[in-house]
Write a protein that binds this ligand. Structure first.
Ligand SMILES: [Zn+2]
Length: 332
């Protein structure tokens, strides 16, 4: 049966306390960084809330509701997510939802739970339909909205949800969890969790993308650009091939470390602890202002790339490479 992730105990206590006191609202908003396990938490909570065996916070695993949950076919739980290809919700999503919420619960617990993953991606008209459902809640439906960017949700939607926040975790139990669940033969669990920004589930994507192996390449490219020995357009094309989002993310983490090392050469202050020697060398050769300005620039570009506007990823990477190569010239 589904289990709670170790760093989510506090939120679990919070929500079960509400449930015990009969204060559970009909709409909840779980927010936190990508990879913190919002979906896992919402499914655990849904299974537990709908479990027909009462008396424990954990779903029993053998009642009719739990059996259906294990088969991913509990009719009283509806998980809605954006389409993987388009990144948007299907146009019929909200119409289906209106129909779904108008029906009675199927099982004996008189409750249906609708989980909307990445709720902030919803377009305006879907969001308005959702708002209407939240304004006139049916007593049998509970909405759980999940979001990494809650500020992108309509204010009117946010205000109708009870918010439960999840934060990056670096605790020993989270490190232990990463150690148990991922291959840490090449890189320590501690380093993996740091590079994942304290979002343990994100480690999987880092390993798949060979993110850790690629870091040395980015550092080399930055050096070449700085010495004006490389063409920014070619470098940007290489970065784009490695994945635009992960490239910018990596460049951001590396320049952040370079700034930190410029200010204090303590290894504990940086993220890429295993690259300390290379980072320190580069940091020594560059001036602080260039590093700070570059970091700010990359951060800005990262926001552009991950924001709602569809910027051209290659063009963004070229801008970064050009900025890094020409910084001194443009300031002169
Ligand atoms: Zn059960």
């Amino acid at each position: 049966m589904i289990e709670i992730l170790p760093w989510q105990q506090k939120q679990m206590r919070q929500i079960f306390e509400m449930s015990k006191q009969d204060r559970l609202p009909h709409a909840l908003l779980f927010s936190g960084p990508d990879g913190i396990g919002l979906k896992e938490f919402s499914l655990f909570f849904a299974a537990s809330r709908l479990c027909l065996t009462k008396g424990s916070n954990d779903p029993c695993g053998h009642c009719q509701s739990c059996e259906l949950f294990k088969g991913k076919s509990n009719p009283d739980i509806k998980l809605i997510e954006p389409d993987i290809k388009t990144g948007n919700f299907h146009v019929d999503t909200t119409r289906d939802l209106v129909n779904y919420t108008s029906l009675k619960a199927f099982l004996n617990n008189d409750m249906k739970i609708i989980i909307i993953n990445e709720a902030d991606v919803m377009n305006r008209s879907s969001a308005n339909s959702l708002l209407k459902m939240l304004e006139e809640p049916s007593s049998q439906s509970m909405f759980i909205l999940l979001s990494h960017r809650p500020s992108e949700l309509l204010v009117t939607i946010r205000s109708r949800c009870q918010k439960i926040n999840f934060y990056p975790t670096y605790s020993n139990e989270s490190i232990d969890w990463v150690e148990k669940n991922f291959d840490n033969s090449k890189f320590s669990a501690d380093l993996l969790l740091n590079l994942a920004g304290g979002a343990p589930l994100k480690v999987e994507a880092l390993l798949e993308e060979e993110y850790l192996e690629n870091r040395a390449q980015y550092l080399k490219d930055l050096e070449l650009l700085n010495k004006k020995k490389a063409n920014p357009v070619n470098i940007a094309a290489c970065w784009n091939k490695l994945g635009a989002k992960s490239s910018i993310h990596c460049l951001m983490q590396l320049t952040n470390d370079l700034v930190r090392l410029k200010l204090s050469s303590q290894v504990k202050n940086i993220t890429n602890t295993d690259l300390i020697d290379d980072l320190q060398g580069i940091s020594n050769r560059l001036d602080l202002l260039k590093l700070i300005r570059s970091y700010d620039f990359i951060l800005l570009k990262y926001k552009e790339l991950t924001g709602p506007m569809n910027y051209n990823s290659l063009a963004i990477l070229e801008e970064i490479a050009l900025f890094w190569k020409n910084y001194k010239d443009s300031m002169a």
